[in-house]
Design a protein around this ligand. Structure first.
Ligand SMILES: C[C@H](NC(=O)[C@@H](N)CCCCN)C(=O)O
Length: 442
């Protein structure tokens, strides 16, 4: 019997990409839905900044635990079941987070989110590898990340398009639960679509999740440059993600702007990333010099937290986000957040692909899994420190200077980032693996 099946038509690939990206959109939205209600959580249930920091950390602790078992569940159950189960866990987590005002229950909700969200990202990546390997894989990853960041931006924009919900802390999170429902629907659609495709066409092999397990015995074999990238990854995400967590509340309390305006301003970060990440990716693919680009990004980030704290606000400028809204925002805040958005585009666009130039292809999954694991550790610790600093220094609208120690802590992290970026750049000038460009063959 002839079992030959043709390759699926292109439209299937893009439909799969759309479904998986929609699932990621919901995932990023739910994660970021907590940050616009920080002030409400402090007012009504009366949580401290340290407690809010712990809500962020709970996600990372859960993520650390599930990342340790790597892609086992995806391997065992396949991407169709895995994506749906993880999306359902995210939905359950979103509902648990909003169900009661008890701190422990909210904490459990954020922990459960970590259990579902990070493996969902791994499952989504596995699906893309399955459908796009040997085709437009990098481009598909870029689109997927941009749509994910749109989820983050939408959570910030909800302060405008869903402003009536922000009279209490729970309604915005019910909206987030509904968005988590979109992820579940997208996962179901993906399942149906891929099942149909498998009946008629030859669909790519699942990239073995074993590749994503960390082989602790061979860690010492990774080159030094890889470890510099891991160090940069840790401090970079430990700075940017926690800053984003507290940003809307910080803009409201320290700079006296409304939640809507603060949401629009904070969304500049993911919006810049949506536009600039693929462009930086294209540029670096052309010219190489990855070490130099990462060092440049780290240098640009260094003064931003001090600038936002001490520079005069400057005149108000008009910020307009199509279909969402507009607001007048202080020029200094606008420039700082835009520059941070540019760095948030440049460093990830260069850093993640750089690993592929340094590590043997057979150990790439292991290298990425280890990098993500280290990322979670830094990202887990910093919100606790920032929350504690804000509490100890009495940060709030009556004492905005109380936010300064937190900003200095971000600056310290950024300085460590500059150190590792320069070590990487210098090291690579001798080895030149990151300097190469596929177009020049250099
Ligand atoms: C590509 C990178 N993704 C991650 O770092 C994920 N491990 C966690 C993302 C969670 C965001 N809510 C990125 O987003 O830059």
């Amino acid at each position: 019997m002839n079992t030959f099946k043709p390759a699926p038509p292109k439209v299937y690939r893009w439909a799969i990409l759309f479904c998986v990206s929609l699932a990621m959109f919901g995932n990023y939205y739910v994660y970021d839905s907590l940050w616009p209600i920080v002030d409400l959580l402090r007012e009504d249930p009366g949580f401290s900044y340290a407690q809010i920091g712990m809500l962020s950390t709970a996600y990372n602790i859960a993520a650390l635990l599930v990342l340790l078992v790597g892609g086992y569940a995806i391997d065992r159950f396949g991407t169709q079941k895995a994506l749906l189960v993880f999306a359902l866990i995210c939905l359950g987590a979103a509902v648990l987070t909003v169900a009661t005002s008890r701190y422990e229950v909210i904490l459990a909700g954020r922990f459960l989110l970590g259990v579902g969200a990070e493996p969902l990202i791994v499952a989504a990546t596995t699906v893309l590898a399955k459908w796009f390997k040997g085709k437009e894989l990098s481009f598909a990853f870029g689109i997927n990340l941009s749509i994910s960041r749109l989820g983050s931006a939408s959570a910030d924009w909800s302060t405008s398009f869903a402003s009536p919900l922000y009279t209490n802390w729970q309604d915005p999170l019910w909206l987030a639960s509904a968005v988590a429902g979109i992820s579940v629907t997208a996962a179901m659609l993906y399942w149906i679509l891929e099942k149909r495709a498998q009946q008629q066409y030859q669909v790519g092999e699942v990239v073995s999740a074993n590749d994503d397990k960390i082989d602790f015995k061979s860690l010492y074999k990774f080159p030094l440059a890889y470890w510099y990238i891991v160090a940069l990854c840790v401090v970079f995400y430990a700075t940017v993600f926690p800053f984003r967590s507290f940003a809307i509340d910080y803009f409201q309390q320290a700079h006296g702007i409304t939640r809507e305006t603060a949401g629009l301003l904070s969304s500049l970060l993911p919006v810049a990333a949506i536009i600039l990440t693929p462009l930086f990716g294209l540029l670096v693919d052309r010219v190489g010099r990855r070490g130099l680009f990462m060092a440049a990004g780290a240098i640009v980030m260094l003064p931003l937290f001090v600038a936002v704290t001490y520079l005069p606000a400057g005149p108000d400028v008009y910020l307009w986000i199509p279909f969402i809204g507009s607001a007048m925002v202080p020029l200094t805040l606008f420039i700082v957040i835009f520059l941070l958005g540019a760095v948030f585009s440049l460093i990830p666009a260069v850093m993640w692909p750089s690993v592929a130039y340094l590590v043997d292809a057979r150990r790439l999954g292991s290298a990425y899994a280890l990098m993500t694991l280290c990322q979670q550790v830094g990202w887990a610790v910093v919100p606790l420190i920032i929350g504690r600093l804000n509490d100890v220094f009495d940060a709030g609208p009556t004492y905005p200077q109380g936010y300064a120690p937190g900003m200095w802590f971000y600056t310290l992290l950024a300085a460590i980032g500059v150190y590792f970026a320069f070590k990487l750049w210098h090291h690579d000038r001798d080895n030149a693996r990151l300097a190469s460009s596929p177009h020049t063959g250099a």
